[in-house]
Design a protein around this ligand. Sequence first.
Ligand code: UDP
Ligand code: MG
Length: 319
Amino acid sequence: MDIQNTLRDGLLTVVLPAYNEQDSVPLAADTICPLLEGEGIRHEILFVNDGSRDGTWNAIKAQTARHPQVRGVCFSRNFGKEAAIFAGLAQAKGDCVVVLDCDLQHPPEKIVEMYRLWQKGYQVVEGVKVTRGKESPLHTLAAKTFYHFISSATKIDMSRASDFKLLDRRAVDVLVAMREKNAFFRALSSWIGFETTQVEFEVQPRAAGESKWSIRSLVRYAITNLAAFSTAPLQIVTFLGVLVFLCSLVLGGWSLWQKISGQALEGFTTVILLLLLIGSILMICLGIIGYYIAKIYEEIKDRPRFIISHECGGKQDDR
Ligand code: UDP
Ligand code: MG
């Protein structure tokens, strides 16, 4: 392991994706700026406004006026948290970048701990959840099931993973260079490897506002990211095909035997059931294959992952 005795120094970029976070933005800036200043860490704060419908962009602009180290980029519409994180990574000027939620559910004081570990030579510092915070038992069960699948697909334990991470410039450059549109930050940032360590944290209650996740968006998130990281569903399709084929061999042999031995067949219900079963399995399989084809189509269109319409703070001060 290439962990140094002399501490390195460098600019830290804090990336905060924000969607309808007008009340959290000032809280985040007022917490993080004094904290890093107090610790003597050179930093810039980068808010990514993910097409918010409330006053988030105005709140970010107000912060750039108050704190010179705050910058903001604004998407032309809502592109989702993953896109906001990747935009933050692409725009970051720092020698290392930390990503955390704007609602302060990821405790900002841990940024200092992460930065100190980076100074020692670590290239990726992962925030791992000790507790999952307040959520319904159904949500916890669904999340556990999803992370079980994604962990076996990626061969990385994702059960306590979060988007709260510090990445060295090298790791950031690698991630930014990846062209896949359905990039799943939490998994990709582990998949890339590098000298990694972990910092445990407790998920805090939201500083302000509400969670943006509905059951529908969580299900979509789970399906998109499973498909982005695993072709297991396609293998299941093949497995199902083999299973049904074996069943049909047994049933076919049995039917033939009945025919040869001259027993009358009353198989109407069996035929209907088999038709329905095989029909629905075929439909599901076609759906799964279709989903992957749709994803290939999305990738080859090569549309940008996000579109930036405005920037503020830093050098260009566009209103
Ligand atoms: N977020 C985003 N775009 C979205 C949804 C969420 O940038 O489309 C941001 C949001 O502003 C917050 C972070 O992602 O900073 C986490 O979102 P949220 O708090 O709603 O999720 P939860 O903490 O409930 O998982
Ligand atoms: Mg949150």
